[in-house]
Design a binder for this molecule. Structure first.
Ligand code: SAH
Length: 268
């Protein structure tokens, strides 16, 4: 990572100013429902000549693009074909150099497990101007849509957002599960459906009370949203049927989950 590239123009203010030809807007699209996109994000989509769109970006928002805009699906699906990040970076630069207004539409916020900085740096290296339009991150919005506040006065004074993509104990994992288990914060796990049992086992092994409330919110904000409530000891089993995208919340606030089933009542 080079710090020199950071000097190239990018802006996160004036987000409603016209998008100039030859520039890229990195737009956070929110957790999936078009109503949760920002006003600035919508304005950028409305001006786009080309949109590079992720799998978790709000598909309804594409209806706001000009009718002649080119829409490129670079979505990444787990275990399925996807456009490699290097190709996405190259496409952003290529389209901008061709004088287009480029919108890179992602799910949530582009800088929360969104590889937004890699794209910004690729543009910066190519001297392409970038506008950063933050989005409503699913790490806060999806718990909220499932009835769970990530903090609650008198109950919990912070939250930690982690990726479950790399399982605990894996050589590539940089997470300290002992510290997480003792942190006293709400734990919000993204990309953790496949690794949920390993994550909850690591937390309990490191001293987290097995009776700590936990909830999984899947497809937050979509008509088929699912909420499963349990304890950290049995959430992996209770939510075994859940498909990604889903978020797991672990901590006292998870007891507020608006569950589809009466499971939580047994737990409290
Ligand atoms: N940049 C995104 C996160 C990308 S990582 C953001 O800020 O929200 C992708 C993960 O986000 C998914 O595996 C899932 O854990 C979570 N996620 C995104 N949208 C979601 C949704 N509508 N419902 C549940 N989980 C979601």
């Amino acid at each position: 990572m080079s710090t020199a590239t950071r000097t190239v123009t990018h802006t996160s203010t004036g987000t409603l100013a016209p998008l100039l030809p030859g520039t890229v807007a990195l737009v956070g699209g929110g957790p999936g429902e078009a109503g949760l996109m920002t006003v600035a994000g919508r304005a950028a989509v409305e001006q786009a000549d080309v949109l590079l769109v992720d799998h978790l970006a709000p598909s309804e928002a594409l209806g706001w693009a000009p009718s002649d805009a080119e829409i490129v699906d670079v979505g990444k699906l787990p275990r399925e074909a996807f456009t490699p990040q290097e190709s996405i970076n190259a496409l952003l630069v290529q389209h901008a150099r061709a004088g287009r207004r480029v919108v890179r539409l992602k799910g949530g916020d582009g800088f929360v497990f969104g590889r937004g900085m890699e794209e910004l740096e690729a543009c910066a290296q190519a001297e392409v101007s970038v506008r950063v339009i933050p989005g409503v991150t699913s790490s806060v919005a999806v718990p909220a849509l499932g009835g769970i506040p990530v903090t609650h006065r008198g109950l919990v004074q912070g939250f930690s957002v982690i990726s479950g993509h790399v399982p605990p104990g894996h050589p590539d994992s940089t997470l300290d599960f002992e510290a997480l288990a003792r942190s006293g914060t709400t734990l919000v796990v993204l990309m953790g459906v496949a690794t949920l049992s390993a994550i909850t086992a690591a937390l309990v092994a490191n001293g987290l009370d097995p009776a700590t409330p936990a909830a999984v919110v899947a497809r937050g904000g979509h008509p088929d949203q699912q909420v499963v409530g349990a304890t950290v000891a049995d959430i992996a089993a209770r939510a075994a049927h859940v498909e990604p995208p889903a978020i797991t919340v672990i901590g006292h606030v998870a007891a507020f989950a608006a569950t589809d089933t009466p499971v939580l009542e047994e737990v409290i």
